[in-house]
Design a protein around this ligand. Structure first.
Ligand code: DVN
Length: 277
């Protein structure tokens, strides 16, 4: 056997090289594909959050839920979670506009449980949380972070940690949008068991009340929910402040209503809406 001369003919050697290169390229493609797959894979927390959003959204038959989800994420994904202003949700409000139920719109402050128990049991009024945008995110927490396209549901800032956080800005923005379309007889359920049923720093006080416009809103009916301890009544000073802030031309009424009466009425299907307070 001649020294130094390969035992494999040149053609075979070239074929073997080509095969090795092809295998290496294919291996590289597989590795890249797996890496992309993993990076695109949503974490369980993001999957669950998105599932909740879409499931709730699909209760509203006319909604384009995938589009609304996409527009929603654009407000906060890949953003510092303390630099998401209310305006970041402008496109979302445009993507899912309110169709205001004039004369049936209910606002509230420090009465979340009693007001939603009422609107769940009786089809008399519509709170923001009964609308598409309010329902899909009620009770949820979310945020993003710079350099990531993920939605996080933990490690997000608390309500008061920074003003421009994704959750607080969302509620401020859609509360403003709902108040902007308030029309006819508007109702507000306030808490008669606290010294200041109307607080200027609340969302109702700082965002919604100032958007009630006399060209659309005829009357504001305050329902002051009281307990046996009757801490306050309709003569409360903070309610006088409310009236001062109310757009001139909007009539104002206030009615004290024991929570027990509201609860009983909520549970009575035969009770007409107007009889609950
Ligand atoms: O009219 C309603 C409704 O339209 C809503 O969008 O805004 C009005 C209610 O907001 P509000 O006047 O500020 O009344 P609350 O009861 O003080 O706050 C409403 C909700 O905002 C709370 O129930 C909190 O939501 P959560 O945690 O119960 O799902 C949240 N919130 C307000 N201040 C907060 C806070 N959460 C934590 N810390 C705070 N300081």
């Amino acid at each position: 056997m001649e020294r130094g001369v390969s035992s494999m003919p040149g053609k075979q050697r070239r074929r073997r090289c080509v095969v090795l290169v092809v295998v290496a390229v294919l291996l590289l493609i597989v590795i890249i594909a797996v890496a992309i797959g993993v990076s695109l894979q949503q974490t369980p927390e993001q999957e669950q959050f998105k599932d909740t959003f879409i499931t709730r959204c699909e209760r509203f038959k006319e909604a384009n839920c995938p589009e609304i989800w996409k527009v929603f994420q654009q407000a906060y994904v890949n953003q510092d979670h303390c630099k998401v202003p209310a305006e970041a949700y402008d496109a979302l409000v445009a993507a899912a506009p309110f169709t205001p139920p004039c004369n049936r719109m209910m606002f509230w402050s420090k009465t979340k449980d009693v007001v939603h128990d009422f609107t769940e049991k009786k089809d008399c009024f519509v709170t923001l949380e009964d609308t598409l945008l309010g329902e899909v995110l009620d009770g949820l927490t979310w945020c993003g972070k710079e350099g990531s396209d993920e939605t996080f549901t933990s490690g997000c800032p608390g309500w008061s940690e920074c003003v421009d956080n994704p959750v607080r800005s969302f509620w401020n923005r859609i509360s403003a949008a709902y108040a902007d379309v308030a029309c006819g007889e508007v109702t507000a359920m306030l808490n008669g068991s606290i010294p200041t049923p109307f607080h200027p720093d609340s969302i109702f006080g700082s965002v919604e009340l100032k958007r009630f416009n006399a060209t659309r809103v005829k009357t504001l009916n305050v329902v002051l929910v009281t307990q046996d301890n009757k801490v306050t009544n309709c003569t409360n000073a903070s309610l006088k402040d409310l009236q001062m802030e109310l757009d001139k031309g909007i009539k104002y009424n206030c009615k004290e209503a024991p929570q027990s009466q509201i609860n009983a009425c909520s549970s009575d299907p035969a009770a007409p809406c107007g009889s609950c307070w």
